[in-house]
Design a protein around this ligand. Structure first.
Ligand SMILES: Cc1cc2nc3c(=O)[nH]c(=O)nc-3n(C[C@H](O)[C@H](O)[C@H](O)COP(=O)(O)OP(=O)(O)OC[C@H]3O[C@@H](n4cnc5c(N)ncnc54)[C@H](O)[C@@H]3O)c2cc1C
Length: 479
């Protein structure tokens, strides 16, 4: 291994092959549930360096198959399924893309920008805005997650109902293959039917098929106005009814529809003194709506008000506020985005990132809540999510007074089975937007079609026969 490390130092420079000191920023996952050990953290600065590093590792593994060497690509390390950190063997290289953070170009006429994989999402949004455009991918981790990680996980976030997932915002990729070759696919084309869609193979592959080094992203015109409303809704059925009304009234201007359960909001109120959470005490759920209007603020406001009037008349909303200004809108979004942090402060819980068709949402929640309450009396549910996309973060917290760690140890398997069986019964997915990583890889054998799994294995085997890239994540080669 020393020879390999010397070779890697020659490629990226000694300062960028880290083997000593505190490497926990790269080896520990965001939720601090997994603590790995890296052979080295390697930080290349260009696509050519990434290619050379991968080639050196592939050659080494071919000559020394017993070494068990492999590569874990890493961006901002904000992933929630333990896919970007090494295991405990000390035989994995963390390949961090953080130094590759240049915006290569903005093509205003083509409405695209090409950025390197290590660009922080928020920086991409800001650069797009400086150029007069909107890059609408948005998630609470945007201050530290990277475009490479967003594409690697096919991230969702808050604007999916209008703009789709990260996949839908990407027109081209540059990828280093597991052999160390570079696939130059930064086309920026909206139409290209010349065979298999390679780009979409790499997107959502969580670093198991290759390393994304750059991407060409879609841009949109900046809206004239972005208005945010907060509505109290009496039930999940009412929230779904409100979504239908919002589609009818706002059409393509509806860019966000987030649902938050009362308990989730009570945690924000408890743990964030600076945030005043509106309307949640009297209502089972609250909904955050965003209307991005191409015409004017007056138009946006009148559209939103007419939607809320209709919703109040139909009884699916009991009370509502429309943000008066940007600061108020930001506070409402901050409340929504503080839920993951508030629940972390409350103590560990059993997290699920599931999706079901919007039409099955209310039944899923009612039935699964009841099943869990029967199985574990007093259990608390931290429900929130992107209802507009049928995506729910359905998290299960210990009953009051019970130790969170003990609860996890004793109940996680049982709770997962109840929730995942219910997801399957309602035609849903056990991972809506966070991916599979290590956390869900074993669940897939039960909850994904055998034909799909076999096809995934065949793809992995064909593209990465050495199993060099992020092994054991997403799909295991042996059944
Ligand atoms: C507070 C918080 C809120 C979040 N909210 C959301 C949300 O709303 N929606 C959502 O979808 N996710 C959300 N996430 C999860 C996470 O932010 C996303 O999965 C994000 O896309 C990960 O980006 P990253 O750069 O941190 O990737 P990492 O965590 O570094 O990596 C994630 C996966 O992608 C692979 N990968 C990383 N870079 C590359 C590359 N260049 N080429 C190939 N593979 C690569 C890794 O190997 C790993 O498997 C949230 C996380 C946090 C902490």
């Amino acid at each position: 291994m020393q020879n390999l490390l010397s070779e890697l130092k020659a490629i990226v420079g000694s300062a960028h092959v880290l083997t000593e000191g505190d490497l926990s920023a790269w080896t520990q996952d965001w939720r601090k549930r997994s603590h790995g050990k890296a052979l080295a953290v390697v930080r290349p600065a260009s696509t050519d360096e990434v290619a050379q590093v991968v080639k050196a590792c592939a050659d080494f593994l071919t000559q020394h198959p017993e070494s068990g060497l492999s590569i874990v690509p890493q961006g901002g390390n904000t992933g929630l399924v333990v896919g970007s950190t090494p295991d405990e063997t000390g035989r994995q290289i963390v390949l961090s893309l953080q130094r590759m953070n240049a915006v290569r170009s903005v093509d205003a006429a083509n409405l695209t920008m090409t950025v390197e994989a290590g660009c922080i999402l928020q920086a991409v949004q800001e650069q797009a805005e400086t150029a007069g455009f909107w890059f609408p991918l948005s998630l609470a981790a945007e201050g530290s997650c990277t475009i490479g990680g967003n594409l690697g996980t096919n991230a969702g976030g808050t604007q999916v109902l209008r703009f789709g997932n990260a996949r839908d915002l990407c027109l081209g990729l540059e990828v280093v293959t597991p052999q160390g070759d570079v696939w130059q696919g930064l086309s920026g084309l909206r139409k290209d039917n010349t065979g298999y869609d390679l780009k979409n193979l790499y997107i959502g592959a969580e670093g198991t098929l290759g390393i994304i080094t750059a991407a060409t992203l879609k841009l949109y015109p900046l809206p004239k106005a972005q208005l945010t409303a907060w509505a109290a809704v009496p039930s999940m059925e009412a929230a779904v009814q409100l979504l239908g009304l919002a589609h009818q009234h706002l059409g393509a201007s509806l860019t966000g529809f987030e649902m938050m359960g009362q308990f989730a909001l009570s945690l924000v109120a408890r743990h964030f003194d600076n945030l005043r959470v509106p309307l949640f005490q009297e209502s089972a759920f609250c909904v955050l709506l965003e209307n991005a209007d191409a015409e004017s603020e007056t138009h946006a406001r009148s559209q939103l008000e007419s939607l809320l009037e209709a919703a109040l008349a139909e009884g699916c909303v009991t009370d509502a506020v429309v943000a008066e200004n940007l600061a108020q809108a930001q506070t409402l979004w901050q409340i929504r985005e503080s839920i993951p942090l508030a629940q972390a402060q409350e103590g560990l819980n059993i997290k699920h990132d599931i999706s079901v068709p919007v039409s099955a949402f209310a039944t899923f929640v009612t039935r699964t809540d009841a099943q869990l309450a029967q199985a574990i009396p007093g259990v608390r549910l931290v429900n929130f999510g992107h209802l507009g996309d049928g995506n729910l973060h359905y998290n299960v917290q210990a009953p009051v007074g019970q130790d969170a760690a003990v609860f996890l140890q004793e109940q996680e398997a049982r709770v997962n089975q109840i929730v995942f069986d219910a997801v399957l019964a309602h035609g849903g997915s056990i991972s809506a937007e966070h991916g599979v990583g290590s956390l869900k890889v074993d669940h897939l054998s039960h909850y994904k079609s055998p034909v799909a799994l076999q096809t995934m294995r065949a793809i992995k085997q064909a593209l990465d026969p050495l199993n060099l890239m992020n092994p054991g994540r997403v799909v295991r080669l042996s059944a």
